[in-house]
Design a protein around this ligand. Structure first.
Ligand code: ZN
Ligand code: FE
Length: 256
């Protein structure tokens, strides 16, 4: 049976996401940006929280954990072993290659360092869904706060190897500002032009631009296109090592 997924805003631009398994009643929160809106959706749907899947230690992904635990003391909080000390409230730690089961649906743990050193993504392989946290965004990627840009690039290449039809949920609604930067470095990309218009229309309507899909990101996200000849030529880096092109893209975006 298919997962039921609710996505909603928390704080200013973080996504709260709830993953519900109808046949077993399990419900997982992906990260915990803020307990109140997550609890409100649980109440509205009449779902019981059983798990929290934490992607990384940043406060805007973890500060709601205690509030969720207060309301659902039996919920199991799962997160990266490498950030267990920083997060401090994990019941179970995971590392590369581990599988966690949410009400009978398996999620593979992918270590994707870069934004933070211990960042993990959760891939529900059979459901075709990836929860990428702050590693990959629609038309963008996270900042490399804790590692050189090359480390983040290799993590993104690991995600790119997933099936092209993978549905991707991300930590933030950043797509419109990402689209402007993407166009500045990939101005001749027709698929990108079309998508920028679609994204602008969705946001003008107050709608979300997420989830996205891997094939759409491959065609339009400049951070996944560091090997593309047009992107390289536009940066004056024709024929360069894609990791170096990515580093240049990430530095330009940091300054933008
Ligand atoms: Zn973050
Ligand atoms: Fe974040």
């Amino acid at each position: 049976m298919a997962l039921e997924i609710e996505q909603f805003l928390c704080l200013s631009d973080n996504f709260g996401v709830l993953v519900h398994v109808p046949e077993t009643g399990a419900t997982a929160a992906i990260d915990a940006p803020d307990a109140a809106p997550i609890l409100a959706v649980l109440r509205e749907k009449n779902w019981r929280l059983t798990d929290v899947l934490v992607t990384h230690h940043h406060v805007d992904h973890t500060q709601g954990i205690l509030g969720l635990k207060a309301a659902f003391p039996h919920a199991r909080v799962i997160g990266p072993a490498k950030e267990a000390v920083k997060i401090g409230t994990l019941d179970q730690t995971v590392k590369e290659g581990d599988t966690v089961s949410i009400g009978g649906h398996a999620a593979k743990v992918l270590e994707v360092p870069g934004h933070t050193l211990g960042h993990v993504a959760y891939w529900f392989e059979r459901d075709g869904i990836l929860f990428a946290g702050d590693t990959l965004f629609a038309l963008g990627c996270g900042r490399g706060f804790e590692a050189p840009a090359e480390v983040l690039y290799h993590s993104l290449m690991k995600l790119v190897a997933l099936p092209a039809t993978t549905t991707i949920y991300c930590g933030h609604e950043y797509t419109l500002s990402n689209a402007r930067f993407a166009r500045s470095v990939d101005p001749t990309n027709e698929a990108l032009k079309k998508r920028e218009a679609e994204v602008a229309a969705l946001r003008a309507d107050g709608r979300f631009t997420l989830p996205t899909r891997m094939d759409l990101e491959l065609a339009t996200n400049p951070f996944l296109r560091a090997n593309d000849s047009a992107v390289q030529a536009n940066l004056g880096m024709a024929g360069s090592d894609p990791a170096k092109v990515f580093t240049e893209l990430r530095e330009r975006k940091n300054r933008a």
